[in-house]
Write a protein that binds this ligand. Sequence first.
Ligand code: 56B
Length: 411
Amino acid sequence: MSEQPALPPSGAYLPSIRDSSRAVRQAANISITPAAIERLLFSPAFVDSYKRVSAYHGLALPLKFSSVLDELNLISVLSLLNFASGYRVPLHVQTGRGAWDSIRALVFSMYITSSIEDDLLSAVGMKSIQDAKIAELMNVQLHVERPHETISGVVVGELGGPLYDMVKLVTGVLNETGAILSNSGYPNLGAFVAEALNEGAKAGTGKGSDFLMEFVVERLVRAFPAFRDMGLVDGKPIYCFKKALFLLHAISVRFGTTTSHPLFPIPSTKSSPVFTDNVLPSLLIHLGVIDLSSSKLFSLFPAAGSEERLKELLGPSPSTDKDAKKTMPKEGPVLTSQQSYILRAAAIDACELIVETARSAARPESSRARELGWIRDITLPDLDMWIWSVAKDRPDYRALERFVRLDTVFF
Ligand SMILES: Nc1nc2c(c(CN[C@H]3C=C[C@H](O)[C@@H]3O)cn2[C@@H]2O[C@H](COP(=O)(O)O)[C@@H](O)[C@H]2O)c(=O)[nH]1
């Protein structure tokens, strides 16, 4: 475990995410200019796909839930387990799915194989689940083969390989979170979240639309190490809290439009900091918004940002080539913990700046600007969804390298 900073002051989790990201990004000499942002905002790549792609969400699972609280619990566990991006390539090799689809499939299987007596998504079920069960539900192989030390021609199987490490991380997060929940008397994670939403709504009367998000993020981060996504970069704190923010946005996407259900209030996430992972920074580097040329991290993505490359990537989407979807993704650079926090901080700050620039850029002076007036109204979580989903939508973007960070339960 790398060194951790102190928690942000109570009530200031969201500003701490924004402020620490900017400070870390600037200290690392990573530049993000208005010109680079406008180049993206008014590009065919952005303009032609934004409305369609930013609306994607894979959060309504084809399951029949016994209650709204049951579904809230599933979404909460899905968000708790929204990591494993570093295992994307081995996951593709073994299961044909990336990290997010693998985790979705796992949570889906946990739900359908549960019974009243043995509910894998309950605090007790999470606390006691084991590696072998996770591997079985994810359909991954935990054994690797190696030649026998003394008998030639004989191969022995043993536990190992990258997906063994991933399975241990998943089991560890479930066991630890389940234990904390059951020690504090919660039947499951959804019950904890519902209580936090209700208490936050009571405490937040008249305190602004971000209050509920702020309140619940703090509760989650204080209670569970698996939500404590923060670190130190050269002694400076950086707070990302990606999974906690994602959880709140997932609730708002999934329940925000359904008719009233008085069991818990729905947070507004319109100005949530983005859910920074490996995809957002990698894409924003390839799309020329995050500029590493003056920073020490330049060598990680040496080919990114050339005029020629940007011309293709910011242009219209090439026609869909069915085979491109099937080609195996290429592993990107493997980062240290500090390097990954720096790039994730840069993505948080870049998205804040993109939205600020969008608000002031598209003044309705020319007819083109008037036509693109909607750009002024883009929101942070929709921008997150666009970057994340367009990375899979365009064949040429699918081939772009994403950085890899193993051994983290945060993204
Ligand atoms: N910033 C951001 N990061 C996100 C998501 C999601 C889930 N997106 C779905 C839910 C609602 C959306 O509309 C999408 O349909 C996963 N991830 C991260 O990517 C990582 C890579 O995964 P892959 O490329 O599969 O291997 C995964 O470990 C996880 O850390 C998101 O939305 N935003």
